[in-house]
Design a protein around this ligand. Structure first.
Ligand code: DCS
Length: 286
């Protein structure tokens, strides 16, 4: 696999990162993951907008323009012949002696790009998955797609150890999001999810799925919901770049409703699938 690091493309096995890069001493940087379907980016502009916003929010000056970044992302897909997979890109505040303040004088931010071939999680989406709940121990700027993922990593590990697909995080009684996905519930035909504020990452898939709800006449309420509301919901599902629309059929070992994938999740999966078709076809025609 070819990766982009230190301003050039190189083979993954010979890629090196400076020992004083702030990404690995402080987690001082941001990232994005874009899904690739049939060699074409899905929701590309949404991810690029969020990447630029994350950089702005933590005061990192991106080392490339949006056009240059786009060229590099396309090159990554081409070089590695990614068909169905993801492209990962991150920017750190750069290389400097380890001191907490931003480097002064400013140093050039480091950009890194990798790709991965990954099939769609069709089987899990068909059957539904299990989830556990855990306390959300993260910081108060979860809206920034920061490299600091320790809280997310800890939550995900808890899920793995419990044999579950994903963790549903909560602050006191309020459900926030998954460890690498957003979470939604359905009650009496209405879809509920946490408002897009500082406590969650405003997922690109989350936004797309909420738009698909509206297009399909499904009512949406963005409001805080409690754990007990989730436990007594008709349906629960995760959304995300890698998980798409992933139905949850059990929480902490107890079935959600009757323990099968519900009609709203099915309808949204279908709408999402059609959206992938439309978006990727449009791009191919350009
Ligand atoms: N919430 C968190 C904490 C996430 O890490 C992600 C995506 C989401 C929500 C969903 O956002 P998107 O719909 O924009 O993907 N996490 C990425 C990650 O770290 N790996 O894959 C996707």
């Amino acid at each position: 696999m070819d990766v982009y690091v230190n301003g050039q493309w190189t083979d993954r096995d010979s890629a090196t990162v400076d020992i004083e890069d702030r990404a690995h001493v402080f987690g001082d940087g941001i990232y994005e993951v874009i899904r690739v379907y049939g060699g074409v980016f899905y929701e590309r502009d949404g991810h690029l907008d969020r990447f630029e916003r994350s950089a702005r929010e933590i005061g990192i000056k991106l080392p490339v323009t949006r056009e240059e970044l786009l060229q590099l992302l396309h090159e990554g897909i081409r070089r590695n012949a990614v068909h169905d997979g993801t492209i990962y890109f991150q920017v750190s505040r750069g290389v400097a002696a380890r001191k907490h303040p931003f480097p002064d004088p400013e140093v050039k931010a480091s950009l890194m790009i990798t790709t991965k071939e990954a099939p769609r999680p069709v089987e899990a989406m068909e059957k539904g998955v299990s989830a556990i709940t855990c306390e959300d121990i993260r910081w108060l700027r979860c809206d920034i797609k920061s490299l600091n993922l320790l809280g997310n990593v800890m939550a995900n590990q808890k899920a793995v150890e419990a044999g579950a697909f994903e963790a549903i995080q909560h602050r006191a009684e309020v459900v926030t999001e998954g460890s690498h996905s957003n979470v939604m519930m359905v009650k009496d035909g209405t879809v509920y999810t946490h408002p897009a504020n500082n406590l969650i990452l405003n997922g690109i898939t989350r936004m797309r799925v909420l738009a698909l709800c509206k297009e399909n006449g499904i009512e949406v309420q963005e409001r805080e919901c409690t754990l007990s509301e989730y436990e007594s919901a008709d349906e629960v599902f995760f959304t995300g770049t890698t998980v798409e629309v992933m139905p949850v059929i059990s929480i902490n070992g107890t079935s959600v409703s009757n323990g099968t994938v519900g009609p709203v999740a099915r309808q949204l999966q279908k709408a999402f699938e059609e959206d992938i078709e439309v978006q990727t076809k449009e791009v191919k025609l350009l």
